[in-house]
Design a protein around this ligand. Structure first.
Ligand SMILES: O=C(O)CCC(=O)C(=O)O
Ligand SMILES: [Fe+2]
Length: 200
């Protein structure tokens, strides 16, 4: 918490409260996911998870908004990302079947994104979503991303529900994946391609 500004004086405490509530939310979502896969919820428990919070500010671009991006296409290197679109200005798009689809912000709603590590753990049953952020011609946009990531010294591997299921991803060290992810400079889902097992 000491990294966050101490002014205005309520800032750190608000972030602290927000962050701890989101930690609980991430835990419940992980529990639901564990149920849908029929795996032990402990395997996705939050004692193994750390949270990174980032704030994004996208200024408007009056002249050529269509020529700039606020965030290049990427999938998150997290397990789960919980996003708050603070002032409800549209900008986020997700890629589905090769087409960019705008996500309309809903006031007071949080958006949960599946990240690459969730795709690995679920052996591809939950796909991480490729997304980008466009720039608005008239309005600034603000968002807060909370990334929930397994601790650096952990290993992630597909949790298999049924024994004859084909394993699609390598056993991956979280630390190695984070390095790989950062070296790919937000280029779609490229980091994930490196941990896929070849399908023969
Ligand atoms: O601002 C947004 O809507 C998305 C931000 C994002 O993709 C990220 O922080 O990874
Ligand atoms: Fe993202």
């Amino acid at each position: 918490m000491s990294y966050w500004p101490s002014q205005p004086h309520t800032f750190r405490s608000s972030i602290e409260e927000y962050s701890s509530k989101l930690m609980k939310l991430a835990h419940s979502v992980a529990n639901f996911i564990a149920k849908t896969l029929d795996v032990d919820p402990e395997l996705l428990a939050d004692k193994n998870v750390v949270q990174f919070v980032g704030m994004n500010y996208y200024p408007p671009c009056t002249l050529t908004p269509e020529k700039v991006l606020g965030f290049s296409p990427h999938s998150d290197g997290s397990f789960l990302t919980i996003l708050l679109e603070v002032n409800s200005v549209q900008g986020l798009q997700i890629r589905r079947h090769g087409v960019w689809i705008p996500v309309n912000p809903r006031p007071y709603a949080l958006l949960v994104n599946a990240g690459d590590l969730l795709e690995i753990i679920t052996n591809g049953k939950y796909k991480s979503i490729e997304h980008r952020v466009t720039i608005n011609a008239h309005n600034e946009r603000l968002s807060i991303s909370a990334f929930h990531v397994p601790k650096y010294d952990r290993i992630v591997s597909p949790l298999l529900g049924v024994t004859d299921e084909k394993v699609l991803y390598k056993i991956t060290k979280v630390e190695e994946y984070s390095r790989l992810y950062l070296s790919k400079k937000l280029d779609g889902k490229r980091a994930l391609d490196h941990v896929k097992l070849s399908q023969t």
